[in-house]
Each structure stands twice: as structure tokens, then as C-alpha cells.
Design a protein around this ligand. Structure first.
Ligand SMILES: [Zn+2]
Ligand SMILES: [Zn+2]
Length: 250
């Protein structure tokens, strides 16, 4: 088994977890024995998230996909991404809220919960999905250390899931202490929260900078197609975006 960020290795990881007796659950399920909660914070790439959702469903596993409603990288209301979100749900997974603390100015916990409510309500109205769980995007020290109670929402950074569960993440496209495989082969914690970011995973494993570059090229191609589908005077050949033309955007 070769450790990398390919979909194939993702499948191997989940198969290993199953073989070791882990059962995948959502955050609101309490079970006896080995439990793995697979969490996806969707910062950038909903297309890759769908591929991961299919792999999980094929193995009879479930996961929670946290969507960021104000993401600058995808629009959840766009047909393409709305359909992807609904496909993820149909595969048996849960949609949670990926909440960005910088989106609203909050002076109290109550105010923070009211914004979480507001964003969850938007998802409820548009997708008819009930949000039960919230994960914070680039969480502040306050979120990481305060065991914050979020009203009716489960906080993935609460003490229970962040400290009492073993926690492993692929943040920045690297493993801090080795691939999750090692943990599944050696430590075998009874309770495990496994966080992934779909942006790092792909059919063929890439180092993080290459993966980001590929993503940027994909977005340029997509924007070009969207322009030609919506703006009749747009001529793809005349408007090839060169890297240095983006420089004054800061
Ligand atoms: Zn591995
Ligand atoms: Zn995030």
C-alpha cells in the first residue's frame, strides 16, 4: 500500500478502517466499540468531494460534508454545485455547515449562534436540508479552546470530538504525523474523527502546490465555458487569461 492523496489510496484507507472493525457514523450517533467519523470541510473543491462521497458509499460508509455558503471558490446555488450537494445527500451522507468566523462581526456567543442559525436556514430553505452539525473554517483559538456550545448544533471542535476523540487531518495537503494508515494499523484509537479537505485528493496524487495549480486551471476553464454559455459576444480565443494579468488583484 503506497501512501498518497489518490482516490485509490482513499479507498484503501477506508477499507483498512472497515477491516479493523471501525463503523462510520455521523456526529450525533453514539455507539459501542470502534467508531470513525469522516468529516469533509469543503473549502474549495466540491467536484472532488463528490468522488470521495461515491467511494464511501461503495464501501457502505457515511460521512459529513460541510459546505461553506460564502466560499469564494464555489457557489452552492449554481446548478452544478447544487446538484453535487444533492447527489452527496442521495449517497447517504450528511450536509453540515462550514462556518467562516470572518463572515460576520460577533460580540457574543449568542450572536454567533444567531448567524449559524441564519446560514443554516438559508440551506434549509434552498436545499430543504436540516443542518445538525457545524464545523468552523480556519477556527480561531477561541473556537479551538473554549469547548463552545453552539445551541442546537453539534460543534466538531467541541471537547468531545476534538479532544476525547483521536483527531487526524490532512490540512495543507500533508499529514502532521504520518498517514492515517499508521494510526489505523498501530494506535487503533477507539473513537476517531478523520478530517479531510477534498482539494488535496485526486485520481492521481499530486503535491499540494501542483494540486492547487490544477484547480486554478480548472476554474479558469470553467469560467471560460460559463462565459461562453451566457455571453454571446464572448470569444474564447480572444480572451486567454495569462498569469501576469491577475497580478493587480490583491
Ligand atoms: Zn496511507
Ligand atoms: Zn475550511
Amino acid at each position: 500500500m503506497k501512501c498518497n492523496f489518490s482516490f485509490n489510496h482513499y479507498k484503501e484507507i477506508l477499507t483498512l478502517a472497515k477491516d479493523k472493525g471501525y463503523k462510520s457514523t455521523f456526529f450525533d450517533e453514539e455507539i459501542e466499540g470502534r467508531q470513525i467519523i469522516i468529516r469533509h470541510d469543503i473549502d474549495l473543491d466540491l467536484d472532488a468531494a463528490l468522488e470521495m462521497a461515491k467511494i464511501e458509499a461503495d464501501l457502505g460508509m457515511k460521512a459529513v460534508y460541510f459546505i461553506w455558503i460564502s466560499s469564494p471558490f464555489y457557489n452552492i446555488f449554481e446548478n452544478r454545485y447544487k446538484n453535487i450537494i444533492m447527489q452527496i445527500v442521495e449517497l447517504g451522507h450528511e450536509i453540515g455547515l462550514h462556518y467562516d468566523e470572518t463572515s460576520h462581526i460577533c460580540n457574543s456567543r449568542e450572536e454567533l449562534i444567531s448567524y449559524i442559525d441564519k446560514e443554516s436556514e438559508i440551506i434549509k430553505i434552498y436545499f430543504d436540508l436540516d443542518i445538525k452539525t457545524v464545523s468552523f473554517h480556519r477556527p480561531s483559538q477561541y473556537i479551538l479552546n473554549s469547548d463552545l456550545k453552539c445551541g442546537k448544533y453539534i460543534n466538531t471542535y467541541s471537547k468531545r470530538f476534538f479532544k476525547e476523540f483521536a483527531y487526524i487531518s490532512d490540512s495543507r495537503g500533508i499529514w502532521q504525523n504520518g498517514c492515517i494508515c499508521c494510526m489505523l494499523n498501530e494506535d487503533l484509537p477507539e473513537k476517531l474523527q478523520f478530517l479531510t479537505h477534498a482539494i488535496w485528493w485526486k485520481e492521481k496524487s499530486l503535491v499540494n502546490q501542483e494540486r492547487l495549480k490544477g484547480f486554478l486551471q480548472y476554474k479558469l476553464r470553467k469560467m471560460s465555458n460559463d462565459l461562453s454559455n451566457n455571453i454571446t459576444i464572448y470569444n474564447k480565443k480572444n480572451l486567454i487569461v495569462k498569469e501576469n494579468e491577475c497580478e493587480d488583484y490583491n
